[in-house]
Design a protein around this ligand. Structure first.
Ligand code: CA
Ligand code: CA
Length: 327
């Protein structure tokens, strides 16, 4: 039987979110939020509310370290793969309507200096899996790439805010997983895992939400560009480019997602390659060019092309104009 956690009431107070680079609009928002994840601080002393992903004997609730309370989750001797050490919500968490509510995820991480190396040899991820009312998975949002930790033996917060759940989402699960890109076997701890919801901010509804004009016959394949995507320090300097396909590609498809400046020059290639067999795609543009230099304030064109690999025929081609702004 599926266990479903219901969301309840409003919780804490969310302050104003500062604004930095590449922003068309402001992330102003005073909102109320509530954590939907059961046992988010592991204070039951066990894995209640969570399931282990990977080697269960190395995924332990521990009182060796804690950001709050007595316990945290300890990933012992991480492997080189995220699939080796992870936890995932054991319940399908009922969420409020994604038409009216936005979400944020976050956690505190700690890498213990057990065996030296660099703290950045440890990588962590946190993201949300979204499901419809029939428990069919609709996609994932959050940190797709691993985030490197900056220092040993300190608790470091990571979060993603203003997440818009895919249309039709009814349930969510939070996933946290870790890896080592150098095999130091430094344990990684996590505490205070949050999945919050708050009223959809205006910038996501109006100016913050850019929708590409849709091609005839592709009306359900809206492309949305969000400004900004929040970073772990609470500032916002990245652009999130989200688009959905009507259905997952059944034949090989090629994707090209590029950024052009106002002179029509290619300044950044976000992705060029094969499309995965998913309906939902979520890419980040960090405001830099291909040489990793931050681009100046100005107008940029985000260009997406999806082509059938067999015929070479373009099945989708759309672009949107984005205006970047520095503080
Ligand atoms: Ca705790
Ligand atoms: Ca290791």
């Amino acid at each position: 039987m599926r266990a479903v956690k219901n969301y309840k009431g409003n919780g804490g107070f969310r302050g104003l979110c500062p604004l930095t680079i590449l922003i068309l609009f402001f992330c102003a928002g005073i909102a109320y939020c509530a954590n939907l994840q059961t046992n988010s601080g592991f204070e039951t002393g066990d894995l209640t509310g969570w399931g282990a992903v990977g080697t269960e004997s190395s995924i332990l609730v521990s009182n060796s370290q804690s950001y709050k309370g007595v316990y945290s989750l300890r990933f012992k001797d991480p492997t080189s793969a995220f699939s080796g050490r992870g936890i995932e919500s054991s319940d399908y968490i009922a969420i409020p309507s994604p038409d009216d509510w936005a979400f944020s995820i976050g956690a505190y991480f700690y890498v213990s200096n057990d065996a030296g190396g660099s703290p950045s040899d440890s990588e962590v991820r946190i993201y949300v899996k979204w499901f419809d009312s029939s428990y069919q998975e609709l996609g994932e949002t959050g940190y797709v790439e691993g985030q490197k930790l900056k220092s040993f033996d300190t608790w470091q917060p990571l979060s993603v805010s203003s997440i818009s759940a895919p249309a039709g989402s009814s349930y969510a699960k939070v996933v946290v997983d870790v890896r080592e890109n150098v095999n130091n076997n430094n344990d990684i701890y996590v505490d205070e895992v949050t999945l919050d919801y708050f009223p959809m901010p205006a910038f996501l509804k109006t100016t913050g939400l850019k929708t590409f004009s849709t091609l005839q016959g592709h009306e359900n394949e809206q492309i949305k560009v969000f400004f900004p995507r929040s970073t772990p320090d609470g500032c916002s300097k990245e652009v999130r480019i989200v688009f959905n396909l009507e259905k997952a590609p059944t034949t090989e498809a090629k994707i090209k997602l590029e950024i052009y400046d106002s002179m029509g020059r290619l300044v950044r290639t976000i992705v060029r390659g094969s499309l995965l067999s998913s309906k939902h795609y979520d890419y980040i543009w960090d405001g830099r060019d291909n040489e990793q230099r931050f681009l100046p304030m100005g107008m940029y064109i985000i260009f997406l092309e999806i082509a059938d690999q067999d015929t070479g025929g373009v099945v989708r081609k759309q672009k949107v104009v984005a205006i970047g702004k520095k503080l």
